[in-house]
Design a protein around this ligand. Sequence first.
Ligand SMILES: *Cc1c(COP(=O)(O)O)cnc(C)c1O
Length: 579
Amino acid sequence: MREKKERQKWKEILQEKVQPAFLAPWQEEHKEEAFKEIVRETLHNINSLKGDKEEQKCFLGQAKYIIKEQNDILKVKEKAQMPKESTSMKEVMKEVASYFNGMFNWVHPKAMFNVTPPAAIPSVMGNLMGSMFNPNLVEEEYSGNVAALEVEVVGMISKLVGYDPIHTIGHFTFGGTGAYLFATKLALTKCLGKESRWEGIRKDPQILVSKVGHYAVKNCTDWTGLGMNNVRAIDIHEDSSINLDHLEEVMEKCYEEGKPIAMIVATMGTTDAFGIDDLKGISEICDKFVKKHNLKNRPFIYADAVIGWAWSVFNSYDFKENPMEFSKDTLDAIEECTQKIEYLHLADAIGIDFHKTGFTSYNSSMICLKEQTSLDLLIRDKNQMAYLYQFSAYTPGEYTLECSRAGNYALGAWCNLKYFGLEGYRAILGNLIESEKTLRKVIEKESSMVCVNDKDHGLVTLFRVYPKNLGDTLGSKEFAKEQYDREFKDPSYKEALHKYNEYQFKVADELQKMLFKENGPALSFTSNFRVTSYKEPIAAIKAYPMSPYMTCAEEELREHIISYILKAADRVDRQLQNR
Ligand SMILES: *Cc1c(COP(=O)(O)O)cnc(C)c1O
């Protein structure tokens, strides 16, 4: 037997290492100071990875990647080891910061990779508070008034999109995909009846969505067990919006085949281009369809507005007076989009990503239902969840897929909505659209480049670049435009289309190298932003500015973006010649 000490080992570790790692249960100034100190130091560690302003570097630290190839994943797993003894917090925080080396710095104006937003400070703080106190939105009892805060966001968003907040209900979830999944589940249950929750899916309800709708539809039909073959892809117009004639045709076909239509998805802002579907048209077609065939159920209309919802801040904008003083081009672009977005309230449910055009931290998404009563179908029996819901009036855990659901989702969104207000979001979006307009203008002036999504007016610009020597062959000042036009319309250009699709990839690849070696812009590549009139995929390079520091000056865009693209194309040309 060891001698009896004052303090057992476990107590020593608990008091010296474990307790200091937790926030104090009561007010204690020195503990608060210790917390501030670790925050200050962590902030310093990570902020020192940013480049200085002149450097124009849009990623953090050094672009040295731990995983360069498949085999490296194995090495990482092999090397990984949980330490035997507790480390110092400072050490851990220093070590973890190093993992941010090489990551894109989304708030940098040259980080134009995708719809990846920089998180604004109010949302960061909301998340921090959520992380510190861990409200769980499974029900009110576990989240206190953060439950009311979630309901408040639903109210704000309902009013913003034109829903009657008295009738709506909504909740935060893990992503636009989570919102889509919830809508799919609800639509299927409406179509097949509540019994289907016990008996399973034994029919083939159909889900209709445009060809450029998000692949989430595949996940949702796969994971619900409906099966991906029950998705029908509808043709699109040149502006990437759904073709209503084709939609109607497909609906009739479903009817003839005896397959019920569970859900029609209106994509309100597609991911690659910025196509916005005609929701009013979809809604009218549904009414006509129901009447014509005397149906009991109207197809559930889901608005996948994860990107487009933010344009609702312009629903109440005075486009005549233009108090924000946007340029004519920008004003027209916003008005055109808003005229489609303002019909969001015609959808039965809307999916919203705050972690896209709401500028919050990941994840923060919401599903908002027009009619609270439609949830009755999905509510679980209270006695299935014996230990929950004894004392709460607000119990979303009775119908959400999640059991534990972080308060962070709602806190981040609420803080941003409160901070920015309509004015702030109008300025963020307005600036990015001003910038998109200028970028397109600059591209227009380059004979070897062509913008390929000039019919839509979101934040993103898709373009193609062609080799200079093609210009010599064609002998035209607008050769890129003319070439693309032919590739788009004329099936005899199919081979050229493929060849120059490949060329876009090579240029994008070169740009990727320049990004890290020469502090170039972070652009991305899409192998198929849409298909040609003869149904072949069109590749494009994508510039998706998201930073509030994005410039609208032609000169700067030429210097920081266009010059790199032209240089990349030059290098590819030389590589091809030297073959
Ligand atoms: C991003 C996106 C989704 C998926 O949302 P996540 O938040 O990434 O899960 C769905 N639809 C569209 C149109 C999107 O752009």
